[in-house]
Design a protein around this ligand. Structure first.
Ligand code: BGC
Ligand code: NOJ
Length: 815
């Protein structure tokens, strides 16, 4: 069952009923001012940090869900009837409803008793504000007197404090209303130099800034007293709950359309120019006023919206493909890169499932997010790489997270997730392959942000690799530390206390828990660093890394091969995990994917055998589950993984992030049908038709899909902020379609499903444009052995970089 459809032409997902199984979300903002917005205008906004600069309030885990938002109310002043043109919060029976989620904008259209309303929400490029453009049309045959009310609940900046410290917060709220603009200035009198504003393009009939005055005592957002009575109270908030509501009266002749623009924004004043007049307590508005006035103008809004559309056209034009499969095309060309920009910007901080108050930028998260983003905005990727590397510790280890605001490592979470540093090598390698910008390796970067400790970025990579080598266990495999990619495999934790955080609780000393996943990642990262060293004319160093990779491969083959698949780990006591010897958790997906991606077992048949085991034991119709059999009880020696009921999260759900590793592995093993089959199983667009089962948005990946052990098998959870986005884009575009940047140029090496007869693609790479045509007779499997580049036969699959500005025609024939 569907709740909407894709409009590929417009690059929109069109939702045609408001009661989607879960709030179906979109994001506003591309750079520093962000918001989440649901298909019924729920959600909230913040400047850069969802906790520390939260503009508006949102209530997670509410009933009904998705409460708090960018709400409008329309009121027919003749009859007194009122409704929400975005359905929430009045939930009136609309005669027509449509929500179009586009790239960084959302447009919700409805009709009610002959009044059509279309609201467009977006954040203009480079601005710290959002625009709501309401267009109302009188579709009746008689004149209409309409009242429009807006409504936002201001959050008192620190979203955690806002939801907990009421004894203080109920006394600190402050606003100003000047020239019809509502300014929210709580704590501006002391250490904050920032305030929020909420403005409207039309003269006001009234306003309210105290929530209770707007709603009326004991009333909810579904029936505010002010809207019911059709008149604002001009309330000024002193403490309690500062609110923003405008009242605008609009008279419309039959057929007439009017536009009302609302602007909600964030502004920072210089500390020495906060007040006007100086010495007063009044906000200095001289700097912000021109911005407000500008964005209230319809032509500026129209132009700003067009610029946003053009920005996306330009970002997406880097990779465009035309394949026989619609689900592939729309994900590769539109939605998957879009999700990658969102994960790059927000890491795991603010979504429908991440509260925005908990988590900073994960070291391994942001380095992996970059893999799906680097081709779109290399400059921001470079900056991110340097930021993240600056949080690295002198040992080569890494803070597991850092704060986006301060860019400092997060002491609360600490370090010791032993896979973390290796991802830095992966991300830097991806950046170099995409851009050829070798100068980044010479950038001086400190350790733990300590001035004076700078070394070239290159040395950070060397230390990353050494970090693993300094921490090997009895089988020559890497010690796992707190956890590896699987945050929930906590082999040194032994937690018996309810509520104790598995990832930060003091670990038991003296264990020898080793991770085969890190071993695989090490081999991959060592080979990447060897490639970098080679390109930097350090052949001996490169040979050294290759030797380490060989040695680790030996350890995997000797101590981690279980006969039909790769084992997962050795526990604290040296017992096996992910082996046929175990009763539960016999086979895990992660080491199969990672070891094969690193090239382990590709030559001796191990990889093929392991992939067959994945197919036999882990693959389901909803994707590949993380492990089998699921853990049926809590194992203190395994930690959080066994805290989840079977089929959920790390305990045997389809943890989508890991599936593309198997797709890549299948492609490396020349199994195009298998790789593509797995790709389609979790491709959100391909799951649109089962939206009543999948339940999450059909245009973005979710973190998990409940596994076969769960009663809700097939149900997705935790959409949007997941490393799944980056890795699926890598798997489909670089390995299945096979268009892959490498240090020395662009590789074209597709591993296609046998039924396909080829595809075409455009790829911008280091300033040149490659027009690629791949041909293959149906039924044939195989790889390219040569390319025809601008009419000239070139052996192999690598095209050296062409001069910037040029267009290169590439033909590849398989079979
Ligand atoms: C989740 C993991 C996540 C971790 C972060 C756990 O509860 O299951 O997916 O990585 O929290 O700390
Ligand atoms: C989500 C976390 O953000 C990520 O870092 C981790 O690898 C996965 N969960 C698996 O535990």
């Amino acid at each position: 069952m569907r709740y909407g459809y894709f409009s590929d032409e417009e690059r929109e997902y069109v939702i045609n009923r408001p009661d989607t199984p879960l709030p179906w979300l979109n994001y506003l903002g591309t750079d520093s001012y962000f918001g989440i917005i649901s298909n019924t205008a729920g959600g909230y906004s913040f400047y850069r940090d969802a906790r520390l600069r939260r503009l508006t309030r949102y209530r997670y885990n509410n009933v009904p869900s998705d409460f708090g938002g960018r709400y409008l109310y329309l009121r027919d002043d003749a009859s007194g009837a009122y409704w929400s043109p975005t359905w929430q919060p009045t939930q009136s029976e609309l005669d027509h409803y449509e929500c179009r989620h586009g790239l960084s904008y959302t447009r919700i259209t409805s009709a009610y008793q002959g009044v059509r309303a279309e609201t467009l929400y977006f954040v203009p490029l480079g601005e710290t504000l959002e625009v709501w453009r309401l267009r109302v049309t009188n579709e009746r045959t008689t004149p209409l007197d309409l009242s429009v009310f807006s409504s936002v609940e201001f959050c008192l900046w620190d979203a955690l404090d806002d939801a907990s410290n009421f004894q203080r917060n109920y006394s600190i709220g402050q606003v100003e209303v000047v020239d019809d603009v509502i300014y929210h200035k709580t704590e501006y009198r002391e250490r904050r130099d920032h305030f929020a504003y909420f403005a409207c393009s039309e003269p006001l009939a009234g306003f309210d800034t105290q929530r209770e005055s707007f709603l009326g005592p004991y009333r909810g957002f579904d029936r505010p007293i002010v809207v019911e009575q059709g008149a604002s109270n001009r309330s000024i908030a002193h403490g309690w709950a500062p609110h923003g509501s405008h009242h605008v009266k609009v008279s419309l002749a039959p057929g007439e359309t009017r536009e009302v623009i609302f602007v909600l924004g964030y502004w920072e004043n210089p500390r020495d120019a906060k007040f006007d007049p100086p010495g007063s307590q009044t906000i200095n508005k001289t700097l912000v006023r021109p911005v407000i006035d500008r964005w209230r103008r319809p032509e500026v809004v129209a132009e700003g919206f067009q610029q946003l559309r053009d920005y996306w056209s330009s970002l997406l034009s880097v990779v465009q493909v035309n394949t026989p499969d619609t689900d592939t095309d729309r994900m590769v060309n539109i939605w998957n890169p879009y999700q990658c920009l969102v994960t790059f910007n927000l890491s795991r901080s603010a979504s429908g499932y991440e509260s925005g108050i908990g988590r900073g930028m994960g070291f391994r998260d942001t380095t992996q997010d970059l893999l799906g983003f680097v081709h779109m905005v290399p400059e921001r990727s470079r900056e991110r790489l340097l930021d993240v590397a600056a949080t690295q510790l002198p040992t080569g280890g890494a803070y597991h997270q850092y704060q986006p605001f301060t860019k400092r490592g997060n002491d609360g979470i600490g370090s010791g997730f032993n896979d973390d540093p290796l991802w830095l090598i992966m991300a830097v390698a991806a950046y170099l392959k995409e851009t050829g910008d070798w100068s980044v390796l010479d950038e001086p970067v400190p350790y733990d942000n300590t001035p004076g400790t700078e070394t070239p970025l290159y040395e950070h990579l060397q230390r990353s690799l050494k970090y693993t080598l300094d921490r090997l266990g009895p089988h020559g495999l890497p010690l796992i530390g707190r956890a590896d990619w699987n945050d929930c495999l906590n082999l040194n934790c032994f937690s018996e206390t309810p509520g104790e955080p598995f990832q930060t609780t003091a670990n038991r000393e003296g264990g020898v828990a080793e991770s085969v996943f890190i071993a695989g990642l090490f081999v991959l990262a060592a080979k990447e660093l060897a490639g970098i060293a080679q390109a930097r004319s350090r052949p001996e160093e490169a040979a050294g890394y290759r030797a380490e990779a060989e040695k680790m491969t030996g350890a995997i083959t000797e101590h981690a091969w279980d006969g039909a698949w790769v084992r997962r780990a050795y526990d604290y006591f040296g017992n096996l995990i992910g082996s046929s010897e175990n009763d539960e958790g016999q086979i895990f997906i992660e080491p199969q994917g990672m070891c094969i991606m690193a090239g382990v077992g590709l030559e001796d048949g191990m990889a093929t055998r392991a992939l067959a085991s994945v197919r036999e034991r882990l693959a389901t119709e909803h994707g590949i589950v993380l492990q089998q059999p699921a853990y049926s009880r809590y194992y203190v020696e395994l930690g959080e993984i066994s805290s989840y009921p079977p089929g959920y999260k790390e305990n045997a759900s389809v943890f989508c992030h890991t599936n593309p590793w198997i797709m890549v592995a299948e492609a490396m093993a020349n199994h195009g049908d298998e790789a593509f089959h797995y790709y389609k199983l979790i491709n959100p667009s391909a799951r649109e038709a089962i939206s009543e089962i999948h339940r999450c948005e059909p245009y973005v990946y979710a973190q998990t899909i409940a596994g076969k052990d769960a009663p809700t098998f097939g149900e997705a959870k935790n959409s949007w902020l997941t490393g799944t986005a980056a890795w699926n884009l890598v798997a489909i575009s670089q390995w299945i379609l096979g268009i892959r940047p490498d240090f020395d140029g662009l590789v074209v090496d597709p591993v296609l499903p046998s039924a396909w007869e080829g595809f075409t693609a455009t790829r911008r790479f280091r300033g040149a444009t490659y027009e690629i045509t791949v041909r293959k007779p149906a039924g044939v499997r195989g790889r390219v052995d040569h390319l025809v580049v601008d009419g000239v036969r070139t052996e192999g699959n690598l095209i050296p970089p062409a001069p910037p500005g040029s267009t290169v025609r590439v033909e590849a024939t398989i079979g």
